[in-house]
Design a protein around this ligand. Sequence first.
Ligand SMILES: *Cc1c(COP(=O)(O)O)cnc(C)c1O
Length: 343
Amino acid sequence: MKDVADFRSDTVTRPTAEMLDAMASAELGDDVLGHDPTTEALEQEAATLVGKDAALFMPSGTMCNLVALLTHTTPGDQVIVEEWSHTACFEGGGAGMVAGVLMRTLDSSHGLMDALDVERWILPRSEHTPGTSLVCVEQTHNFHGGVVMPLAGLRRIRDAAHSKGVKVHMDGARLFNAVAATADADAAEHAACADTVSFCLSKGLCAPVGSLLCGDAEFIQRARYHRKRLGGGMRQSGVIAAAGRVALRQMTVRLTEDHARAKRLAEGIAAIDGYSVDPRTVDTNILFVGTGQLAASAIVGAAAEKDILLYATGERQIRFVTHHDVGDGHVDRLLELLQQLAN
Ligand SMILES: *Cc1c(COP(=O)(O)O)cnc(C)c1O
């Protein structure tokens, strides 16, 4: 079998042997008609881990964010988000189309919005102005390079929102990468910066499918209704929830390995003339690299011939992501190729 080095995304990770075993022997029910014990166990474990009352299992992070929007808002409301947030930019416009909300996108310093700016944009609801019902934050921030939002900054945003009676949702697709990169705060402390939080099992945690939306019991009960409306009710979902339980139990602690490889990759690339990346900005497993004189598509093409898969995010920009299925040898191969192309 070819040894493919896949730096496109941590979503490409395959379920581990333990996950496949757990899936094969999962106790199942019907999660829409009644109960699915494995799904319920996952939801309970997830809620406990992030310090919320309850959780709801869904097929994707996109659906979690959309259900969060539907549950927190009324059509016509304004939602305040960072301008490069996944919810605003990369979820197919579902916020506008399905939830019917106005996305007020604010600029930021490396992904972190200014709390005073957030507060200023929470306009009083009137005949002229949309009411604001939600602020969304992202942890880690994907398109700002997987950076960890400082908790003090997130708390300022939360307090500004709460002072005006507005809720906060955290898109924590890579919450556990943020936790692994923060020495002094656990998942619950990160999640306490928001009223509700969603996170993905299918990225660095290697589960094949699935994300969770967590919040208080009353919120999750209403969210269940919106999930059903979107067609997100899943019957024997315990088959995939079983993999998710293994993900939460076994896969969070090893994320620091991915972060160390991303750092080494960034340092290696920074040492080659012609590319631009600042290793100091690489907090977790994602790095964006400027390709200078070289077209990103040319690099992607040359890499594919050597069984290295890359993802161009601009004409002269590539995003590299490290994960469970990327080893040190893959990083070496990639650095060698980038050096050759630069010469
Ligand atoms: C991946 C991702 C999501 C959700 O992705 P799905 O592919 O729908 O699971 C949401 N937010 C961020 C920041 C992400 O990176």
